[in-house]
Design a binder for this molecule. Structure first.
Ligand code: C5P
Length: 222
């Protein structure tokens, strides 16, 4: 992989989960490790891009050569950080598993258990980062991920259209693939095309994804 197919381009990558606080000791999170997104950032560096990485709460070292890393916790913080950094980006790859909902009331004090009573938590919808970007008149080339447990192809293609993306990378979660796993398998969809990337390590898949992103970017943007 010696070609510098993203030389001169600024690539923005989001990675990892988001944590939505309930109180000072509790939160709602998800099982994203951030490894796919970090591998994508590393592959973009290898392809010659200037890379900004926006990371949710993960325990991963910044890939060598990443120009800027911004750590965030919640979906709202990730939304703000991505929108700000996207102004200077040519390509945005949203590999983060952004929480869809957040507790509407975050308690400043630890909530006490009420013995013998159920408890319900009211959640509000988080903004969709990719959809916010695609609604802007000038926005980067947009790549999303779709992690699904079932009907992967149809959900992914629907997401591609609904969120106004240039490409989507779909993966099935489970069976030793996807979240918390070292391997993954992806199917890429874009307007008028699809490509299956069979099971491989996340760094290897990231390199293949970046090669296709570069190709499609050149096809539609230059
Ligand atoms: O709709 P779903 O959450 O499955 O879509 C996944 C894709 O959308 C990922 O690329 C993820 O980063 C992005 N996303 C987002 N903002 C959200 C939720 C998901 O950008 N609030």
């Amino acid at each position: 992989f010696g070609s510098r197919e993203l030389a001169g381009l600024h690539v923005l990558v989001s990675a990892g989960p988001t944590y939505e606080d309930i109180d000072p000791v509790r939160f709602i999170g998800n099982r994203s490790s951030g490894r796919m997104g970090f591998a994508v950032a590393a592959a973009a560096v290898q392809a010659g891009a200037t890379v900004t990485l926006i990371a949710g709460p993960v325990s991963l070292d910044t890939p060598v050569g990443v120009a800027r890393r911004i750590d965030v916790r919640s979906a709202a913080q990730m939304h703000a950080a991505v929108l700000e950094a996207a102004a200077g980006a040519d390509i945005y790859i949203g590999a983060a598993a952004v929480g869809d909902y957040r507790p509407l009331n975050v308690s400043a004090q630890k909530l006490k258990k009420q013995h013998g009573a159920d408890w319900s938590l009211q959640l509000g919808e988080n903004p969709d980062i990719l959809a916010s970007l695609s609604a802007q008149t000038a926005h980067p080339f947009l790549v999303g991920f779709a992690a699904e447990t079932h009907d992967v192809a149809s959900y992914a293609q629907d997401k591609l259209r609904r969120k106004g993306l240039d490409m989507i990378a779909a993966n099935q979660v489970g069976e030793g693939l996807g979240f918390e796993a070292s391997d993954n398998a992806l199917t890429l969809y874009w307007d008028g095309g699809a490509l299956e990337l069979p099971r491989a390590s996340k760094p290897e898949l990231a390199r293949q994804l970046i090669a296709r992103v570069a190709e499609r970017y050149r096809a539609v943007r230059s």
